[in-house]
Design a protein around this ligand. Structure first.
Ligand SMILES: [Zn+2]
Length: 303
């Protein structure tokens, strides 16, 4: 599934192609894409809208229109957007096609058909996202202390907590494994047990893992593709994801695979130990009980 680096890469490529353009003709051929709404009705509503900006929140792509409406696109497993000029080639997996007012086309293809398009009226976007998506990892408000607050009193494995989009926006199976490896934290550690040092390491590691993905235009595993049909190359740089049995880049031990939250999970059992030390567990406890302290600035300065 495309995660933050993949969706951000798509956004950056599409923004200059779509901004200022009008949706001249829209065809939605798959009812699943827009359900419970009627494809023809959504298509008719989209026609005539002019793009003001292309944004991203978490794994959502947001096409903002000058009217104040927004089209919220989620690529889910296998969705991709392709921009072409001239007649687009026939594609059995195409679910929607937008003809822009400069004669170019934006085609949406999706093999597994889990992707969604949701047209929101002015004022609906922020409440919709606010209920579903936590902070952006690169936002200045996202600090190690803030991460600690989000993880406090959560007994779920840290991997499960990080996959929850309300903890932090944009992480999925790949970048959670990569971040936990960088932070030297076992994926099954209870989220609330991380001490301050570990929270600092994890905060840094999340950004570093995502930055590595962004620098390589994301990872192309199955159907993720750039709007010009190109691929990302992050899959060649994974530290742990999909590398069971290969040597750890840091310590040389063979990487292990397990399942967490029903997802394949890769880690190094040597440098990501299953048990934190007793002292670390105790200070993790202390951090979690004080996490409701109202003074955010004090907590920030202490971390
Ligand atoms: Zn290792």
């Amino acid at each position: 599934m495309p995660e933050l680096p993949e969706v951000e890469t798509v956004r950056a490529r599409l923004a200059p192609l779509l901004t200022g353009r009008r949706f001249e003709r829209v065809e939605i051929t798959d009812p699943r894409l827009v359900r419970p709404f009627e494809p023809a009705e959504v298509a008719a509503e989209l026609e005539g809208e002019r793009v003001a900006a292309v944004d991203r929140r978490g794994k959502y792509l947001i096409v903002r229109f000058e009217s104040g409406r927004a089209l919220l696109v989620h690529l889910r497993m296998t969705g991709s957007l392709r921009h072409t000029s001239g007649e687009p080639a026939g594609d059995p997996h195409r679910r929607a096609l937008v003809r822009l007012d400069d004669g170019s086309d934006l085609a949406y293809r999706d093999v597994r058909r889990f992707g969604t398009w949701l047209l929101l009226e002015p004022g609906e976007l922020e409440p919709y996202l606010g209920a579903r998506v936590g902070e952006e990892p690169f936002d200045a408000l996202f600090t190690a202390a803030r991460l600690g607050e989000r993880l406090a009193r959560r007994r779920a494995p840290i991997k499960t907590a990080l996959l929850d989009q309300r903890t932090l926006a944009g992480l999925g199976n790949i970048y959670v494994d990569e971040a936990l490896w960088r932070a030297r934290i076992h994926p099954l550690r209870p989220a609330e047990s991380l001490d301050r040092t570990e929270l600092r390491r994890l905060h840094k590691a999340v950004r570093a893992a995502l930055e590595a993905g962004l620098a390589r235009q994301g990872s192309t595993l199955r159907d993720y593709a750039l709007p010009d049909g190109g691929s990302g190359s992050m899959q060649d740089e994974f530290k742990v994801y999909g590398r069971e049995g290969e040597p750890c880049d840091r310590c040389g031990a063979a990487l292990a695979k397990t399942r967490v939250a029903g997802r394949g999970t890769w880690f190094c059992s040597s440098c990501q130990p299953a048990q934190a030390s007793a002292a670390a567990a105790r200070s993790g406890q202390a951090a979690s009980t004080s996490s409701r302290a109202p003074s955010r600035s004090r907590r920030q300065s202490s971390v």
